[in-house]
Design a protein around this ligand. Structure first.
Ligand code: EAX
Length: 326
């Protein structure tokens, strides 16, 4: 009888030990973003999760919270700083409020095409900016991508800057974007992304601007019938980690996160590239009128004075470096 008890106790001790080992072995990483679970960010998070699993031998699992379930981008960045979220994929939209050095990336018509933007972000300048996150209670894992932003609205076909005058357009909570739209005599209305769909539906704003992936996978075509391929600004995205989670990792584990984040960025970028053409066709099929024949130089000229708003405040050193690097 006693022997049996001892044996049972032994088995349950083993079982307990196995359970706690199991719990230690799999650390769940909370990842938040504002776009849908069929978006370019989500595609990147899948690749991030797969790579992290592979590198760590299952030590880390990823729990994805899409569609702004953990809040808008500004709120999620705050979540990283206080440690309530582990990892966030965000546009640079609200990032300048935390890390002003990144505002330079939000200047309209700064980058001519995807190759140029990716090259700058993957190079010395991009690394320098990632490192700066550390001065602001954030950890920059990798630059990823949102894409070139295009204008949509519910009022009229916009082909020239004059056509856009007077429209009330939701912008991100970003000084540079707002300054650029003001130069175009558009009324910028800053708003967090999770509030956008309803604002468009209820007519609180006439329009918005976002990359094709966001317009398509965020179902914005349901509440916007006109799309103008203005490509007025490249919208970088970044994968950020919480310093609180980060400080608990070994150097080896940190390396896995960085490598996995790069794999995620690659997957995101390839989806962005694919949708830049295919997505426009899909949006047409969904009923959007697409103005493709746009003279971008007219828009560029209209927003040009916003560069002075930037240089007055932040100087031109980084801007010159970016311009000279390509
Ligand atoms: O990062 O707020 C925005 O319009 C962003 O492009 C979106 O949240 C994806």
């Amino acid at each position: 009888h006693n022997a049996l008890h001892a044996a049972i106790a032994g088995v349950s001790t083993l079982a307990l030990a196995a359970t706690s080992l199991g719990a230690l072995a799999a650390q769940s990483i909370t990842v938040g973003h504002t776009t849908s679970d069929s978006s370019h960010y989500s595609e990147g998070i899948d690749a991030f999760a797969a790579k992290l699993d592979e590198l760590s031998g299952g030590e880390f699992t990823v729990e994805e919270h899409p569609s702004g379930a953990l809040g808008g981008e500004r709120a999620m960045i705050e979540g990283l700083q206080i440690g309530t979220i582990d990892v966030v994929v965000t546009s640079t939209g609200p990032l300048g409020n935390f890390v002003p050095e990144t505002y330079v990336l939000d200047l309209p018509f700064l980058f001519e095409d995807y190759d140029q933007a990716r090259c700058v972000l993957d190079g010395e300048i991009g690394q320098e900016l990632l490192d700066r996150m550390g001065n602001h209670d954030l950890v920059g894992l990798a630059w990823t991508e949102n894409g070139f932003r295009h204008l949509t609205n519910s009022q009229r076909d916009v082909q020239t800057p004059e056509d856009a005058e007077g429209l009330k357009i939701r912008t991100m909570e970003n000084e540079m974007h707002m300054a650029a739209f003001r130069e175009m005599d558009v009324h910028p209305t800053p708003m967090a992304f999770p509030e956008l769909f309803t604002a468009l539906q209820q007519g609180t704003v006439d329009g918005q601007e976002n990359p094709i992936s966001v317009i398509l996978t965020g179902n914005l075509w349901e509440v916007q019938d006109r799309l103008s391929l203005t490509g007025h600004v490249y919208s970088p995205a970044i994968m950020l980690a919480s310093p609180i989670m980060w400080d608990g990792l070994s150097d080896e584990e940190k390396g896995w996160f960085t490598e996995a984040a790069r794999a995620g960025a690659e997957a995101t970028r390839s989806m962005v590239s694919r949708l830049e053409t295919e997505g426009v066709e899909e949006l047409k099929e969904k009923g959007m009128t697409v103005v493709e024949d746009i003279d971008k130089s007219q828009f560029q000229e209209a927003v040009e004075p916003s560069y002075e708003v930037f240089t007055d405040e932040y100087g031109s050193e980084m801007l010159d470096r970016i311009r000279n690097s390509s």
